[in-house]
Write a protein that binds this ligand. Structure first.
Ligand code: CP
Ligand code: NVA
Length: 311
């Protein structure tokens, strides 16, 4: 494998184009095996510990099912029940869990916490979402686009809404690594993280990806092959909900706005979605939407990550 066993999966910027494309290959192989009912117990006897400090439907279930299908097992660890929630340090938690499990997945708030966990863990750590990144989701997104479009390089992706969130950042990193162009449209106070943007633009110079950040949704959507959005209020920002509903109103993905995209555009959303807010029902429930293929692909993409990191 070109991905070294024991490596962490914290953000897509840590992986080369080759590594990301290889993960997508393996995901497709594993998906085919699972569909044909062929055994693929590459992680027989291995255990993944999964720490959740935020809610989850897809991430929890897809990792748990994925480990089972690979012949291993997953343990759901809510931070409310762990001693972590009563003040035990991240480093002690990392050292202790590393004595029991073969890998740790964590969903939390601060990205620094995940870096700290990875630093002290002696087993691979997988980022299951932080405030800054959502890399496993974007691997599923890339797999979905590849399946529906037959390629990634040269396509134009457009992301609308909260540019300063985990999805926007990971999409930017994933797009530039795979040669996709990406245009992000957000209100001025919600533009993507400047460092992540600069770094993505730098990577794009080598892979031929053009990265654009604008406040104009029409400009971003123009000729897009793929339109992506995400919730306007991410987990942990609930007290800003009212304000955000107003600020993001003109960034809703709806039929009017999508007229500016290519005729055969795909619509992606990591889910959960709020119909009538970031996306209209006619778009997310309409013919361009691939959101349930995308949700399914969490399973296949993560099985590839697990196989390459833990096997
Ligand atoms: N898309 C995603 O990560 O979903 P969950 O919050 O349900 O895990
Ligand atoms: N940006 C969203 C993604 C949910 C999967 C959040 O962080 O809540």
């Amino acid at each position: 494998s070109i991905i070294s066993k024991g490596k962490d999966f914290l953000q897509l910027a840590d992986f080369s184009t080759e590594e990301i494309l290889h993960l997508l290959d393996v995901a497709q192989e594993l998906k085919a095996k699972q569909k044909k009912g062929k055994p693929h117990s590459f992680l027989s006897g291995k255990v993944l510990g999964m720490i959740f400090e935020k809610s989850s439907t897809r991430t929890r279930v897809s990792f748990e099912v994925g480990m089972l299908q690979l012949g291993g097992h997953a343990i759901f660890l809510s931070s409310k029940d762990l001693q972590l929630g009563r003040g035990e340090s991240i480093s002690d938690t990392a050292k202790v869990l590393s004595r029991y499990v073969d890998g740790i997945m964590i969903r939390t708030f601060s990205h620094d916490s995940v870096e700290e966990l990875a630093e002290h863990a002696t087993v691979p750590v997988i980022n299951g979402l932080t405030d800054l990144h959502h890399p496993t989701q974007v691997m599923a997104d890339l797999l979905t686009i590849l399946e529906h479009k037959g390629k990634l390089s040269g396509l134009k992706m457009c992301y609308l809404g909260d540019g300063n969130n985990n999805m926007a950042h990971s999409l930017m990193e994933g797009a530039v690594k795979t040669g996709m162009h990406i245009s992000i449209a957000s209100p001025l106070d919600y533009l993507p993280n400047a460092k992540i943007t600069e770094k993505a633009m730098e990577v794009g110079k080598h892979t031929g990806s053009i990265v654009k950040v604008t406040t104009d949704p029409q400009e971003a959507v123009k000729d897009a092959d793929v339109i992506v959005t995400d919730v306007w209020t991410s987990m942990g920002q609930e007290e800003e909900t009212e304000k955000r509903l107003k600020v993001f109103a003109s960034y809703q993905v709806n039929e009017e706005l999508c007229k500016h995209a290519k005729n055969d555009f795909l619509f992606l959303h990591c889910l959960p979605a709020h119909r009538g807010e970031e996306v209209s029902a006619e778009i997310i429930d309409g013919p361009h939407s691939v959101v349930f293929d995308e949700a399914e692909n969490r399973l296949h993409a993560q099985k590839a990550i697990l196989k390459l990191l833990l096997a």
